[in-house]
Design a binder for this molecule. Structure first.
Ligand SMILES: Cc1cc2nc3c(=O)[nH]c(=O)nc-3n(C[C@H](O)[C@H](O)[C@H](O)COP(=O)(O)OP(=O)(O)OC[C@H]3O[C@@H](n4cnc5c(N)ncnc54)[C@H](O)[C@@H]3O)c2cc1C
Length: 459
Protein backbone atom coordinates (compact mmCIF):
# COMPACT_ATOMS: atom_id res chain seq x y z
CA UNK A 1 0.00 0.00 0.00
CA UNK A 2 1.23 3.53 -0.66
CA UNK A 3 -0.07 7.00 0.06
CA UNK A 4 1.12 10.44 -1.01
CA UNK A 5 1.03 13.55 1.16
CA UNK A 6 2.20 17.15 0.91
CA UNK A 7 4.45 16.56 3.91
CA UNK A 8 5.67 13.76 6.16
CA UNK A 9 6.84 14.34 9.72
CA UNK A 10 8.80 11.59 11.47
CA UNK A 11 8.52 11.85 15.24
CA UNK A 12 6.01 13.52 17.57
CA UNK A 13 8.58 15.24 19.79
CA UNK A 14 8.84 18.95 20.38
CA UNK A 15 9.03 20.17 16.77
CA UNK A 16 6.88 17.70 14.81
CA UNK A 17 3.44 18.37 16.33
CA UNK A 18 3.51 22.20 16.09
CA UNK A 19 4.89 21.88 12.56
CA UNK A 20 1.96 19.62 11.67
CA UNK A 21 -0.29 22.36 13.00
CA UNK A 22 1.26 25.05 10.82
CA UNK A 23 1.44 22.90 7.66
CA UNK A 24 -2.16 21.72 7.90
CA UNK A 25 -3.33 25.28 8.61
CA UNK A 26 -1.59 26.24 5.36
CA UNK A 27 -3.75 23.63 3.60
CA UNK A 28 -1.21 20.82 3.29
CA UNK A 29 -1.96 17.14 3.85
CA UNK A 30 0.42 15.79 6.49
CA UNK A 31 1.36 12.30 7.69
CA UNK A 32 2.85 12.30 11.18
CA UNK A 33 4.54 9.06 12.21
CA UNK A 34 5.34 8.22 15.84
CA UNK A 35 6.80 4.88 16.87
CA UNK A 36 6.46 5.14 20.64
CA UNK A 37 5.12 7.81 23.00
CA UNK A 38 3.60 11.07 21.78
CA UNK A 39 5.44 14.09 23.11
CA UNK A 40 8.81 12.32 22.87
CA UNK A 41 11.59 12.59 25.43
CA UNK A 42 10.60 15.85 27.12
CA UNK A 43 7.07 14.77 27.93
CA UNK A 44 7.73 11.13 28.77
CA UNK A 45 11.26 10.61 30.09
CA UNK A 46 12.87 14.07 30.16
CA UNK A 47 11.88 17.53 31.29
CA UNK A 48 8.35 16.95 32.54
CA UNK A 49 8.73 13.90 34.79
CA UNK A 50 12.14 15.00 36.05
CA UNK A 51 11.04 18.51 36.94
CA UNK A 52 8.01 17.01 38.67
CA UNK A 53 10.39 14.86 40.72
CA UNK A 54 12.57 17.93 41.37
CA UNK A 55 9.48 19.57 42.89
CA UNK A 56 8.81 16.57 45.16
CA UNK A 57 12.47 16.49 46.16
CA UNK A 58 12.34 20.21 46.95
CA UNK A 59 9.29 19.64 49.15
CA UNK A 60 11.24 16.96 51.06
CA UNK A 61 14.25 19.26 51.39
CA UNK A 62 12.16 22.16 52.68
CA UNK A 63 10.37 19.86 55.10
CA UNK A 64 13.72 18.80 56.56
CA UNK A 65 14.64 22.47 56.89
CA UNK A 66 11.26 23.53 58.23
CA UNK A 67 12.58 24.34 61.70
CA UNK A 68 14.86 26.97 60.09
CA UNK A 69 11.69 28.81 59.12
CA UNK A 70 10.05 28.44 62.52
CA UNK A 71 7.75 25.69 61.33
CA UNK A 72 7.71 22.52 63.41
CA UNK A 73 6.44 19.16 62.33
CA UNK A 74 5.77 16.23 64.59
CA UNK A 75 6.96 12.83 63.43
CA UNK A 76 9.64 11.80 60.98
CA UNK A 77 9.69 12.71 57.30
CA UNK A 78 8.41 9.87 55.11
CA UNK A 79 8.74 9.70 51.36
CA UNK A 80 5.81 7.94 49.70
CA UNK A 81 7.55 6.96 46.47
CA UNK A 82 4.41 5.43 45.02
CA UNK A 83 2.70 8.85 45.27
CA UNK A 84 5.79 10.69 44.09
CA UNK A 85 5.86 8.44 41.03
CA UNK A 86 2.12 8.67 40.46
CA UNK A 87 2.38 12.46 40.43
CA UNK A 88 5.19 12.43 37.84
CA UNK A 89 3.35 9.82 35.77
CA UNK A 90 0.18 11.91 35.79
CA UNK A 91 1.96 15.06 34.65
CA UNK A 92 3.55 13.15 31.76
CA UNK A 93 0.37 11.31 30.85
CA UNK A 94 -1.71 14.51 30.71
CA UNK A 95 0.74 16.09 28.32
CA UNK A 96 1.14 12.94 26.23
CA UNK A 97 -2.60 12.43 25.86
CA UNK A 98 -3.05 16.12 25.05
CA UNK A 99 -0.48 16.04 22.22
CA UNK A 100 -1.88 12.86 20.75
CA UNK A 101 -5.48 14.09 20.91
CA UNK A 102 -4.50 17.40 19.32
CA UNK A 103 -2.79 15.61 16.43
CA UNK A 104 -5.58 13.08 15.89
CA UNK A 105 -8.18 15.86 15.83
CA UNK A 106 -6.08 18.00 13.47
CA UNK A 107 -7.81 18.46 10.12
CA UNK A 108 -5.51 17.39 7.31
CA UNK A 109 -3.20 15.35 9.56
CA UNK A 110 -3.02 11.56 9.40
CA UNK A 111 -1.39 10.08 12.49
CA UNK A 112 0.39 6.78 12.00
CA UNK A 113 1.81 4.62 14.79
CA UNK A 114 4.95 2.83 13.74
CA UNK A 115 8.63 3.01 12.97
CA UNK A 116 9.50 5.04 9.88
CA UNK A 117 12.57 4.55 7.75
CA UNK A 118 13.51 6.04 4.42
CA UNK A 119 13.14 3.95 1.28
CA UNK A 120 13.93 6.83 -1.11
CA UNK A 121 14.64 10.59 -0.83
CA UNK A 122 10.91 11.31 -0.97
CA UNK A 123 9.51 8.16 0.65
CA UNK A 124 9.43 6.38 3.98
CA UNK A 125 8.34 2.91 4.90
CA UNK A 126 6.12 2.21 7.93
CA UNK A 127 5.49 -1.54 8.29
CA UNK A 128 4.13 -2.59 4.89
CA UNK A 129 3.07 0.89 3.83
CA UNK A 130 5.04 3.36 1.70
CA UNK A 131 4.38 7.03 2.31
CA UNK A 132 5.76 9.66 -0.02
CA UNK A 133 5.89 13.47 0.00
CA UNK A 134 7.90 16.30 -1.55
CA UNK A 135 8.73 17.54 1.97
CA UNK A 136 9.95 15.30 4.80
CA UNK A 137 10.73 16.60 8.28
CA UNK A 138 12.82 14.46 10.63
CA UNK A 139 12.17 15.02 14.35
CA UNK A 140 13.40 11.73 15.77
CA UNK A 141 15.24 13.00 18.87
CA UNK A 142 17.72 10.88 20.74
CA UNK A 143 18.20 8.30 23.46
CA UNK A 144 20.54 7.64 26.35
CA UNK A 145 24.00 6.41 25.46
CA UNK A 146 24.74 3.05 27.03
CA UNK A 147 28.53 3.10 27.26
CA UNK A 148 30.45 -0.05 26.54
CA UNK A 149 31.79 -0.34 30.09
CA UNK A 150 33.47 -3.59 31.14
CA UNK A 151 30.83 -5.73 32.87
CA UNK A 152 27.82 -3.83 31.56
CA UNK A 153 26.21 -6.96 30.15
CA UNK A 154 26.33 -8.64 33.56
CA UNK A 155 24.52 -5.99 35.60
CA UNK A 156 21.11 -4.34 35.82
CA UNK A 157 21.39 -0.63 35.15
CA UNK A 158 19.03 2.32 34.89
CA UNK A 159 18.81 5.12 32.32
CA UNK A 160 16.78 8.33 32.36
CA UNK A 161 13.86 6.31 30.99
CA UNK A 162 13.90 3.31 33.30
CA UNK A 163 14.77 5.19 36.50
CA UNK A 164 11.36 6.84 36.27
CA UNK A 165 9.70 3.46 36.74
CA UNK A 166 11.17 3.14 40.26
CA UNK A 167 8.55 3.28 42.99
CA UNK A 168 11.13 2.79 45.72
CA UNK A 169 14.04 4.81 47.00
CA UNK A 170 17.32 3.09 46.09
CA UNK A 171 19.47 2.32 49.08
CA UNK A 172 22.58 3.57 47.33
CA UNK A 173 22.31 5.06 43.86
CA UNK A 174 25.53 5.31 41.89
CA UNK A 175 25.15 7.85 39.10
CA UNK A 176 27.69 7.40 36.32
CA UNK A 177 27.99 10.83 34.68
CA UNK A 178 28.32 14.16 36.46
CA UNK A 179 26.66 16.35 33.89
CA UNK A 180 23.22 17.92 33.58
CA UNK A 181 20.85 14.93 33.75
CA UNK A 182 23.03 12.94 36.16
CA UNK A 183 23.25 15.76 38.69
CA UNK A 184 19.51 16.37 38.65
CA UNK A 185 18.82 12.70 39.39
CA UNK A 186 21.57 12.61 42.03
CA UNK A 187 20.02 15.43 44.03
CA UNK A 188 16.46 14.17 43.53
CA UNK A 189 17.22 10.73 44.99
CA UNK A 190 19.47 12.10 47.72
CA UNK A 191 16.59 14.28 48.87
CA UNK A 192 14.31 11.23 48.80
CA UNK A 193 16.73 9.61 51.25
CA UNK A 194 19.08 7.50 49.10
CA UNK A 195 22.81 7.43 49.59
CA UNK A 196 24.15 8.82 46.30
CA UNK A 197 27.56 8.70 44.65
CA UNK A 198 28.29 10.53 41.41
CA UNK A 199 31.10 9.08 39.32
CA UNK A 200 32.48 11.43 36.67
CA UNK A 201 35.37 10.73 34.32
CA UNK A 202 36.33 14.38 33.83
CA UNK A 203 38.33 16.32 36.37
CA UNK A 204 35.24 18.29 37.38
CA UNK A 205 31.45 18.20 37.19
CA UNK A 206 29.68 19.74 34.15
CA UNK A 207 33.02 20.49 32.60
CA UNK A 208 31.45 22.68 29.89
CA UNK A 209 30.71 25.33 32.48
CA UNK A 210 33.23 27.68 34.05
CA UNK A 211 35.32 26.20 36.82
CA UNK A 212 33.73 28.40 39.49
CA UNK A 213 30.28 27.13 38.51
CA UNK A 214 31.42 23.49 38.63
CA UNK A 215 33.02 24.02 42.02
CA UNK A 216 30.00 25.79 43.53
CA UNK A 217 27.70 23.01 42.29
CA UNK A 218 29.99 20.39 43.76
CA UNK A 219 29.87 22.16 47.12
CA UNK A 220 26.08 22.40 47.01
CA UNK A 221 25.71 18.68 46.28
CA UNK A 222 28.37 17.59 48.76
CA UNK A 223 26.67 19.80 51.34
CA UNK A 224 23.62 17.56 50.98
CA UNK A 225 25.68 14.42 51.52
CA UNK A 226 26.23 13.36 47.91
CA UNK A 227 29.63 11.75 47.33
CA UNK A 228 31.37 13.05 44.21
CA UNK A 229 34.13 11.06 42.53
CA UNK A 230 35.71 13.04 39.70
CA UNK A 231 38.64 11.95 37.53
CA UNK A 232 37.16 8.44 37.56
CA UNK A 233 38.98 6.54 34.87
CA UNK A 234 38.41 2.93 33.87
CA UNK A 235 34.87 2.59 35.20
CA UNK A 236 33.83 -1.06 35.48
CA UNK A 237 30.61 -2.76 36.56
CA UNK A 238 30.14 -6.13 38.24
CA UNK A 239 27.26 -7.90 39.93
CA UNK A 240 27.34 -7.82 43.72
CA UNK A 241 25.19 -9.40 46.41
CA UNK A 242 23.67 -5.99 47.21
CA UNK A 243 23.40 -4.74 43.64
CA UNK A 244 26.29 -3.46 41.55
CA UNK A 245 29.97 -2.98 42.26
CA UNK A 246 31.24 0.05 40.37
CA UNK A 247 34.98 -0.01 39.91
CA UNK A 248 36.64 3.40 39.63
CA UNK A 249 40.27 4.19 39.23
CA UNK A 250 40.24 7.63 40.86
CA UNK A 251 43.34 9.37 42.14
CA UNK A 252 41.83 9.28 45.63
CA UNK A 253 39.11 7.29 47.38
CA UNK A 254 37.94 3.69 47.33
CA UNK A 255 38.56 1.85 44.06
CA UNK A 256 35.13 0.21 44.33
CA UNK A 257 31.70 1.63 45.14
CA UNK A 258 28.95 -0.77 46.13
CA UNK A 259 25.60 0.51 44.96
CA UNK A 260 22.13 -0.97 45.16
CA UNK A 261 21.40 0.63 41.78
CA UNK A 262 23.42 2.25 39.04
CA UNK A 263 22.14 4.98 36.75
CA UNK A 264 23.95 5.65 33.49
CA UNK A 265 23.79 9.33 32.55
CA UNK A 266 26.73 9.80 30.22
CA UNK A 267 25.02 11.59 27.37
CA UNK A 268 22.67 11.12 24.46
CA UNK A 269 22.87 9.83 20.91
CA UNK A 270 20.56 10.64 18.00
CA UNK A 271 17.91 8.16 16.81
CA UNK A 272 19.32 8.18 13.30
CA UNK A 273 20.93 4.75 13.05
CA UNK A 274 17.69 2.94 12.15
CA UNK A 275 16.19 5.61 9.90
CA UNK A 276 17.51 4.37 6.55
CA UNK A 277 19.19 7.72 5.94
CA UNK A 278 21.54 6.10 3.42
CA UNK A 279 18.55 5.28 1.21
CA UNK A 280 17.72 8.97 1.04
CA UNK A 281 21.33 10.20 0.88
CA UNK A 282 20.99 12.29 4.05
CA UNK A 283 24.44 13.03 5.47
CA UNK A 284 25.24 12.69 9.18
CA UNK A 285 28.37 13.55 11.11
CA UNK A 286 30.60 10.96 12.79
CA UNK A 287 28.33 10.91 15.87
CA UNK A 288 25.19 10.30 13.82
CA UNK A 289 23.77 13.82 13.99
CA UNK A 290 22.10 14.90 10.76
CA UNK A 291 24.02 17.69 9.09
CA UNK A 292 21.89 20.75 8.43
CA UNK A 293 22.40 24.23 7.07
CA UNK A 294 21.39 27.45 8.81
CA UNK A 295 17.76 26.89 7.81
CA UNK A 296 17.84 23.25 9.06
CA UNK A 297 17.74 21.77 5.56
CA UNK A 298 19.67 18.51 5.21
CA UNK A 299 22.01 17.55 2.39
CA UNK A 300 18.96 16.36 0.42
CA UNK A 301 16.58 18.98 -1.01
CA UNK A 302 13.11 18.58 0.50
CA UNK A 303 14.31 16.99 3.74
CA UNK A 304 14.77 18.95 6.96
CA UNK A 305 15.97 17.80 10.40
CA UNK A 306 14.67 19.42 13.56
CA UNK A 307 15.38 19.03 17.27
CA UNK A 308 18.01 16.96 19.03
CA UNK A 309 18.76 14.82 15.97
CA UNK A 310 20.47 17.70 14.16
CA UNK A 311 22.96 18.34 16.96
CA UNK A 312 22.30 22.09 16.91
CA UNK A 313 20.51 22.05 20.25
CA UNK A 314 19.75 19.57 22.99
CA UNK A 315 16.72 21.12 24.60
CA UNK A 316 12.99 21.34 24.26
CA UNK A 317 13.15 25.06 23.56
CA UNK A 318 15.77 24.58 20.83
CA UNK A 319 13.67 21.84 19.20
CA UNK A 320 10.62 24.12 19.31
CA UNK A 321 12.68 26.99 17.93
CA UNK A 322 13.75 24.72 15.07
CA UNK A 323 10.06 24.33 14.24
CA UNK A 324 9.63 28.12 14.33
CA UNK A 325 12.58 28.63 11.99
CA UNK A 326 11.46 26.00 9.47
CA UNK A 327 7.83 27.13 9.52
CA UNK A 328 8.71 30.81 9.15
CA UNK A 329 11.03 30.13 6.21
CA UNK A 330 8.64 27.77 4.42
CA UNK A 331 5.33 29.45 5.08
CA UNK A 332 6.00 33.10 5.95
CA UNK A 333 8.71 33.96 3.43
CA UNK A 334 11.22 34.69 6.19
CA UNK A 335 14.90 33.82 6.25
CA UNK A 336 15.46 32.85 9.85
CA UNK A 337 18.70 31.14 10.82
CA UNK A 338 19.58 28.77 13.60
CA UNK A 339 22.90 30.57 14.04
CA UNK A 340 20.94 33.63 15.22
CA UNK A 341 19.80 31.71 18.30
CA UNK A 342 21.40 32.79 21.56
CA UNK A 343 21.94 29.65 23.60
CA UNK A 344 20.19 29.56 26.95
CA UNK A 345 19.41 26.66 29.28
CA UNK A 346 19.06 25.66 32.89
CA UNK A 347 20.33 22.92 35.15
CA UNK A 348 17.51 22.01 37.51
CA UNK A 349 19.35 21.12 40.62
CA UNK A 350 18.27 23.23 43.57
CA UNK A 351 19.22 26.02 43.54
CA UNK A 352 19.05 25.99 39.75
CA UNK A 353 21.66 27.23 37.33
CA UNK A 354 20.35 29.56 34.63
CA UNK A 355 22.78 30.04 31.75
CA UNK A 356 22.95 32.14 28.65
CA UNK A 357 25.59 32.75 25.97
CA UNK A 358 29.30 32.24 26.42
CA UNK A 359 31.09 30.99 29.50
CA UNK A 360 33.86 33.24 30.77
CA UNK A 361 36.40 30.79 29.34
CA UNK A 362 34.80 31.01 25.88
CA UNK A 363 34.63 34.80 26.05
CA UNK A 364 38.30 34.90 27.05
CA UNK A 365 39.24 32.62 24.16
CA UNK A 366 37.51 34.98 21.72
CA UNK A 367 40.23 37.54 22.46
CA UNK A 368 37.83 40.42 23.18
CA UNK A 369 38.45 42.95 25.95
CA UNK A 370 36.03 41.94 28.69
CA UNK A 371 34.23 43.31 31.70
CA UNK A 372 32.84 40.95 34.30
CA UNK A 373 30.51 41.28 37.24
CA UNK A 374 29.90 38.87 40.09
CA UNK A 375 27.57 38.86 43.08
CA UNK A 376 27.10 36.12 45.66
CA UNK A 377 23.52 35.14 46.48
CA UNK A 378 24.36 35.88 50.11
CA UNK A 379 24.15 39.53 49.02
CA UNK A 380 20.76 39.22 47.32
CA UNK A 381 17.91 40.28 49.61
CA UNK A 382 15.35 37.91 48.12
CA UNK A 383 17.70 34.93 48.63
CA UNK A 384 18.37 35.96 52.23
CA UNK A 385 14.65 36.29 52.94
CA UNK A 386 13.99 32.85 51.45
CA UNK A 387 16.86 31.33 53.40
CA UNK A 388 18.44 30.14 50.15
CA UNK A 389 21.73 31.95 49.78
CA UNK A 390 23.84 29.35 47.96
CA UNK A 391 25.37 30.30 44.63
CA UNK A 392 26.13 33.49 42.76
CA UNK A 393 25.39 35.44 39.61
CA UNK A 394 28.01 36.48 37.11
CA UNK A 395 28.04 38.28 33.80
CA UNK A 396 30.55 38.83 30.99
CA UNK A 397 30.37 41.88 28.75
CA UNK A 398 32.33 42.96 25.67
CA UNK A 399 34.15 46.05 26.94
CA UNK A 400 34.11 47.71 23.51
CA UNK A 401 30.61 47.04 22.18
CA UNK A 402 29.09 46.91 25.71
CA UNK A 403 27.05 43.93 24.56
CA UNK A 404 26.46 41.11 27.03
CA UNK A 405 28.31 37.94 25.98
CA UNK A 406 27.13 35.52 28.62
CA UNK A 407 25.89 35.03 32.15
CA UNK A 408 25.24 32.43 34.81
CA UNK A 409 22.83 32.68 37.70
CA UNK A 410 23.31 29.81 40.12
CA UNK A 411 20.87 30.47 42.89
CA UNK A 412 17.29 30.55 43.97
CA UNK A 413 15.13 31.54 40.99
CA UNK A 414 18.18 31.48 38.70
CA UNK A 415 16.26 29.64 35.96
CA UNK A 416 13.77 32.51 35.76
CA UNK A 417 16.03 35.46 36.57
CA UNK A 418 18.40 34.63 33.71
CA UNK A 419 15.70 35.67 31.25
CA UNK A 420 16.23 39.37 31.91
CA UNK A 421 19.75 38.91 30.59
CA UNK A 422 18.66 36.56 27.78
CA UNK A 423 16.06 39.09 26.63
CA UNK A 424 18.56 41.93 26.72
CA UNK A 425 20.93 39.89 24.55
CA UNK A 426 18.11 39.03 22.14
CA UNK A 427 17.13 42.68 21.90
CA UNK A 428 20.73 43.37 20.82
CA UNK A 429 21.07 46.37 23.14
CA UNK A 430 24.08 47.23 25.31
CA UNK A 431 24.17 46.18 28.97
CA UNK A 432 23.44 49.77 30.00
CA UNK A 433 19.82 49.26 28.89
CA UNK A 434 19.45 46.60 31.58
CA UNK A 435 21.44 48.62 34.09
CA UNK A 436 18.97 51.51 33.82
CA UNK A 437 15.88 49.33 34.19
CA UNK A 438 13.93 49.51 37.45
CA UNK A 439 13.39 45.94 38.63
CA UNK A 440 10.86 44.86 41.21
CA UNK A 441 11.84 44.57 44.86
CA UNK A 442 12.49 42.06 46.34
CA UNK A 443 13.63 39.82 43.50
CA UNK A 444 16.84 38.13 42.42
CA UNK A 445 16.66 40.25 39.23
CA UNK A 446 16.88 43.52 41.13
CA UNK A 447 20.57 42.94 41.83
CA UNK A 448 21.47 42.49 38.15
CA UNK A 449 21.72 46.27 37.51
CA UNK A 450 23.78 46.60 40.69
CA UNK A 451 26.13 43.86 39.46
CA UNK A 452 26.39 45.64 36.09
CA UNK A 453 27.37 48.84 37.88
CA UNK A 454 30.22 47.07 39.68
CA UNK A 455 31.90 45.34 36.72
CA UNK A 456 35.66 45.13 36.47
CA UNK A 457 37.96 44.53 33.48
CA UNK A 458 38.95 40.87 33.07
CA UNK A 459 42.74 40.42 32.98
C1 LIG B 1 16.49 13.34 31.86
C2 LIG B 1 16.29 14.47 30.88
C3 LIG B 1 15.89 15.70 31.34
C4 LIG B 1 15.70 16.75 30.44
N1 LIG B 1 15.34 17.97 30.94
C5 LIG B 1 15.19 19.00 30.08
C6 LIG B 1 14.80 20.28 30.55
O1 LIG B 1 14.56 20.48 31.74
N2 LIG B 1 14.67 21.28 29.66
C7 LIG B 1 14.90 21.10 28.32
O2 LIG B 1 14.78 22.04 27.56
N3 LIG B 1 15.28 19.90 27.85
C8 LIG B 1 15.43 18.86 28.70
N4 LIG B 1 15.79 17.64 28.20
C9 LIG B 1 16.04 17.50 26.76
C10 LIG B 1 14.72 17.40 25.99
O3 LIG B 1 13.94 16.35 26.49
C11 LIG B 1 15.02 17.17 24.52
O4 LIG B 1 15.93 18.15 24.09
C12 LIG B 1 13.77 17.27 23.67
O5 LIG B 1 12.81 16.31 24.07
C13 LIG B 1 14.13 17.07 22.20
O6 LIG B 1 12.98 17.07 21.44
P1 LIG B 1 12.97 16.44 20.00
O7 LIG B 1 11.68 16.89 19.41
O8 LIG B 1 14.20 16.73 19.27
O9 LIG B 1 12.99 14.85 20.21
P2 LIG B 1 12.17 13.88 21.15
O10 LIG B 1 11.41 14.62 22.17
O11 LIG B 1 13.10 12.85 21.63
O12 LIG B 1 11.09 13.21 20.16
C14 LIG B 1 11.45 12.36 19.13
C15 LIG B 1 10.30 11.44 18.82
O13 LIG B 1 10.58 10.73 17.62
C16 LIG B 1 10.13 9.38 17.75
N5 LIG B 1 10.90 8.58 16.80
C17 LIG B 1 12.24 8.36 16.79
N6 LIG B 1 12.60 7.62 15.71
C18 LIG B 1 11.46 7.37 15.03
C19 LIG B 1 11.18 6.66 13.83
N7 LIG B 1 12.16 6.12 13.11
N8 LIG B 1 9.90 6.57 13.42
C20 LIG B 1 8.89 7.15 14.12
N9 LIG B 1 9.11 7.85 15.26
C21 LIG B 1 10.38 7.96 15.71
C22 LIG B 1 10.43 9.06 19.19
O14 LIG B 1 9.64 7.98 19.64
C23 LIG B 1 10.05 10.38 19.88
O15 LIG B 1 8.70 10.39 20.28
C24 LIG B 1 15.94 16.55 29.07
C25 LIG B 1 16.32 15.29 28.58
C26 LIG B 1 16.49 14.27 29.48
C27 LIG B 1 16.92 12.92 28.96
Amino acid sequence: MSRRFDAIIIGAGQAGPPLAGRLTSAGMSVALIERHLFGGTCVNTGCMPTKTLVASAYAAHLTRRSADYGVTLSGPLRIDMARVKARADAVSANARVGVERWLRDMKGCVVINGHASFSAPDAVQVADETLSAPRIFINVGGRAIVPDLPGIAQVRFLTNGTVLALDRVPEHLVVVGGSYAGLEFAQIYRRFGAAVTVVEMAARLIAREDEGVSQAIREILEGEGITIRTGAECITLAPHANGVAVGVDCATGDPEILGSDVLLAVGRRPNTDDLGLDKAGVVTNARGYIQVDDGLATSVPGIWALGDCNGRGAFTHTAYNDFEIVAANLLDGEQRKVSERIPGYALYIDPPLGRVGMTEAQAHASGRPLLSGHRPMSRVGRAIEKGETQGFMKIIVDAETRKILGAAILGTGGDEAIHGILDTMNAGVPYTALQRAVPIHPTVCELIPTMLGEMRPVR
